[in-house]
Ligand binder design. Structure first.
Ligand code: 13P
Ligand code: 13P
Ligand code: MG
Ligand code: MG
Length: 370
């Protein structure tokens, strides 16, 4: 089994039922059929179709590597078929995230979000997929940091000799399109100085340091597409996804999940313009209701068996996360009471919608010097 395996999540919002609440079964069916064909023809090894609220998430395994035209085309054509169905059902925002008219070799820059990594499948390979709705890629900064760099979250950093050396974080500046590789634990203060500014600096990948696992094979990857950058204006938020490998020199599954026990504030929610808590929910609650939210995350746990996906296990479908959900609801209520005031509403420069320039223009003549 020397040949490497690739796990790809490619996602897009192709229309919601109703509004921006969720992906209906009819769309999930179309996507499953399309990926089943790809599996039958041998292009992919296995697949699962899930939804994070109104985002359609295609999880595929294959041996084509990352950024494969073949795999990206399968995803794009699946989204096209799903969009056709969404238009027939007149779903809200049908085809919202398909920003290009025709596929041109790679879905990057065309609207969909992508998280994929190629690695040597271990003796036993637990892989977790985290799918979010109503937020942005920076929402993963805090939990990914916690998993791989915070000893108060991940006991293995302290007590497992194979993790004790730490990890390498690949951090992107998504405004300037630049990246930097930084090491933990030695650079954690500098890392936090960057990733605390989560609308600009996002963790893209995590790598192991030299040791038990190949240092050039990622152990975590996050989608970082910014739709407004692509289209030059607001066309839908960049609801992110992530893949995380676990165990044997990496955080245990429970350490990975533990990072979501605190419902931290993320930006997104209503009209992509509000701060609110991210709530970990079971698959059946992967729908955004109150004020189009609050922002949610689901976790799908798999084992790989020569590229076949065993699972998923619905990891947040557990009373162990009730406390987190309760806390999230208290925070949601507290934030909502601020109505149109910051810091519930985002600062003007981060808002996806704004009437401010129009209001200022209207009042131009009435503003007096003071
Ligand atoms: P591994 O060393 O196999 O990752 O096991 C650790 C563990 O499962 C603790 O919960
Ligand atoms: P989505 O980005 O999930 O489509 O939500 C958009 C929105 O405006 C929610 O209020
Ligand atoms: Mg939507
Ligand atoms: Mg969405």
């Amino acid at each position: 089994m020397a040949e490497k395996i690739t796990v790809s999540i490619i996602k897009a919002d192709v229309g919601g039922l109703p509004g921006h609440v969720l992906v209906p079964d009819e769309i999930i069916e179309v996507a499953k059929q399309s990926l089943e064909e790809a599996k039958q023809s041998g292009d992919i090894i296995d697949y699962r179709v899930l939804n994070a609220g109104d985002d359609l998430d295609l999880i595929m395994t294959h041996r084509e590597g990352v950024d494969s035209t073949k795999i990206h085309r399968i995803a794009w054509e699946t989204f096209e078929k799903a969009t056709e169905k969404a238009k027939e059902l007149k779903l809200y925002g049908a085809g919202q995230d398909l920003l290009a008219d025709a596929f041109s070799g790679n879905v990057r820059g065309m609207g969909p979000g992508v998280a994929e990594m190629e690695f040597t499948e271990r003796e036993s390979e637990p892989v977790l997929a985290f799918l979010m709705d109503k937020t942005e890629p920076g929402a993963f900064n805090l939990p990914i940091f916690r998993m791989f760099a915070d000893p108060f979250n991940t006991a293995g950093l302290v007590i497992d000799p194979s993790m004790h050396n730490g990890f390498v974080f690949e951090i992107w500046d998504i405004y300037e399109s630049k990246r930097v590789f930084m090491k933990t634990p030695e650079e954690i203060y500098d890392i936090l100085a960057l990733i605390g500014g989560k609308s600009r600096f996002v963790i893209k990948r995590v790598y192991p340091k030299e040791g038990k696992l190949p240092a050039d094979e990622p152990v975590a990857v996050i989608s970082t597409e910014k739709l407004y950058k692509i289209a030059g204006e607001y066309v839908g938020k960049d609801d992110p996804v992530a893949l995380v490998r676990a165990q044997s020199g990496l955080p245990a599954v429970g350490e990975v999940i533990e990072a979501f026990a605190f419902p931290h504030l993320v930006s997104g929610w209503m009209r992509g313009s509000h701060n609110g808590p991210i709530m970990p929910v079971p698959f059946r609650y992967s729908k955004c209701t109150r004020f189009d939210g609050p922002p949610r995350v689901i976790a799908a746990g798999f084992q790989l068996a020569n590229g076949k996906l065993v699972g998923p296990v619905d990891l947040f479908d557990d009373p162990a996360f009730d406390y987190t959900r309760q806390k999230a609801m208290e925070v949601a209520e507290y934030m909502r009471r601020h109505g149109p005031f910051e810091p519930h509403r985002l600062p003007s420069e981060d808002m996806e919608y704004t009437t401010l320039p129009g209001v200022l223009k209207k009042l131009k003549e009435r503003f007096e010097d003071v």
